[in-house]
Design a protein around this ligand. Structure first.
Ligand code: ADP
Ligand code: G6P
Length: 462
């Protein structure tokens, strides 16, 4: 294993790309959930850099190790930090606030202090592991203080920061008691990247309002340091999904799923982490509304909702699970027929090929978050539709809506509108569906996850 000050390129993110298995799979590693890991894994595998992050288990961190062609530099998180830093400040304050306050954010000083401590720990481990003049790319809302801390410890480094979730407007960001500290933390980077222009504009406005930063020649200037702020929409490994989709075992499995689950009906698919930002409950209510208006639709379509377990220690997530499961039970009880279930609900992760087979089996994909930085599921679905089939229903409030303009775009809060759009998607003429899908495929294939990383790294080395 490399000694100190060894790595010319380091990714720093709260989670490592793998988490340690529990129970029967104790001792094994499996892929971590979420879009950040999906986006960065192929980049680090191809660049040969190292990845600093948390293993998903509390207590002392294991020694650095290599898994799946990636060097992992584990950062320890204690049990108390898990509740105050991760469940608390990250997922009880920042996550709801940055996602449009779709749940009430909590502001607790007892959560803020551990946020500072954990950010410092990440910065220290990175500072020790980076080669002279190395490039460090820090990710997401858990680590917003790391850029400035790292600059203080290692002024020789080039530091980039990318936020995977939305950056909120002033009405929301201004509420944060630690708004100045967060902004100054981010401004320690040489490049600060966001998913959309809107997010970048919000950040620029907040930096001017609450810090001493000034804009000159398109850059932010603060304390003699220049910061490049821009939008870098994240994407997916288009070719990989496209190729996997036509692998014989995937084709076979998707036909099988269609027969077993579809039973001659069209499949409407939802794939999300079980998170209140994803609009799963409103989507189910829209499907319920559709069945109430047209009970015969139960013989035309089936709704498959795949929900990946997520942040189950946080109260709002447990409540959401209960609510979603009640809704599924209600819809199936009310509209099901013997042998015909309107909603199939799975609360688990799936192996990659099974997920691709599901994407392939779905005539309609419903991606309806109330707020979302990008939403990779939408882009992954498009990447698997090599024959230009399939209809994507997409929330106006997902970052992906800026690029995927020919999706059927919806207001995800509007139950009636969503019910109508699902109905429309089920009967969209083939020619129209093909026109829309082929345009989206041009967009996603023209801007892949590699283009995303290249454009960010170019900005970082400029
Ligand atoms: P978020 O980052 O908020 O979770 P995204 O849509 O951007 O949302 O990313 C979710 C990622 O998780 C996608 O890459 C998707 O393929 C993956 N994923 C979603 N559901 C499953 C599942 N059941 N099993 C495995 N991976 C999944
Ligand atoms: C989103 C966030 C990531 C996070 C992922 C999974 O994609 O942007 O930073 O890792 O969700 O959430 P978790 O809390 O399990 O890390």
């Amino acid at each position: 294993m490399p000694a100190k000050h060894e790595w010319p390129f380091i990714i720093v993110a709260n989670r490592l790309p793998v988490v340690r298995g529990k129970g029967k799979s104790e001792g094994t590693w499996r892929r971590s959930p979420g879009g950040l890991v999906s986006a960065l894994t192929p980049i680090v595998q191809n660049s040969g850099g190292a990845w600093a992050g948390w293993t998903g288990t509390t207590g002392p961190a294991p020694d650095p190790f290599v898994h799946d062609k990636i060097t992992h530099l584990p950062v320890p998180i204690s049990r108390t930090q898990l509740s105050s830093f991760y469940d608390g400040f990250c997922n009880g304050t920042i996550w709801p606030l940055y996602h449009g306050a779709v749940r009430e954010p909590n502001y607790h000083r007892r959560w803020w202090r551990p946020y500072v401590t954990v950010n410092r720990r990440f910065a220290e481990i990175t500072a020790k592991s980076a080669a002279p003049d190395a490039s460090v790319w820090v990710h997401d809302y858990h680590l917003q203080l790391v850029p400035a801390l790292l600059r203080e410890m290692r002024p020789d480094l080039r530091i980039g920061f990318f936020l995977h979730i939305p950056f909120p407007p002033e009405e929301l960001f201004g509420r944060l008691p630690w708004r100045r500290q967060i902004l100054e933390g981010l401004l320690g980077a040489d490049v600060v990247g966001f998913q959309t222009q809107g997010d970048a504009q919000n950040f620029l406005r907040m930096a001017k309002r609450y810090t001493e930063a000034r804009i000159e020649g398109g850059w932010l200037h603060i304390h003699g340091h220049m910061v490049d702020v821009g939008s870098f929409p994240v994407s997916t490994d288009f070719e990989h999904y496209n190729e996997m989709a036509s692998e014989p075992q995937v084709v076979k499995r998707s036909l099988q799923l269609h027969q077993q689950v579809g039973q001659g009906r069209k499949i409407i698919l939802g794939v999300d982490r079980l998170d209140y930002t994803k609009g799963i409950d409103v989507r189910l209510r829209a499907f319920q509304e559709l069945l109430a208006r047209r009970p015969d639709a139960v013989r035309e379509c089936v709704f498959v909702q795949l929900a990946v377990p997520s942040r189950g220690r946080v109260g709002e997530y447990r409540e959401l699970r209960k609510h979603v499961e009640e809704l599924v039970g209600q819809i199936n009880g009310e509209f099901g027929e013997v042998g015909l279930t309107p909603v199939q609900y799975l609360h688990r992760e799936l192996p990659f090929d099974e997920l691709i087979a599901l994407y392939r089996s779905a005539e309609v994909m419903a991606v309806t978050p109330l707020a979302d930085g990008m939403n990779l599921v939408a882009k992954e679905y498009v990447a698997t539709r090599f024959d230009d089939t399939g209809v994507l229903i997409l929330s106006e409030f997902a970052g992906a809506a800026e690029e995927l303009k020919t999706a059927l775009q919806v207001n995800p809060h509007d139950v009636d509108g969503l019910a109508e759009t699902i109905n429309m998607a089920l009967s969209l003429p083939e020619k129209e569906a093909t026109r829309r899908m082929s345009r989206m495929r041009e967009v996603v294939s023209g801007h892949t996850v590699y283009d995303w990383a290249d454009s960010f790294m170019q900005a970082l080395s400029a």
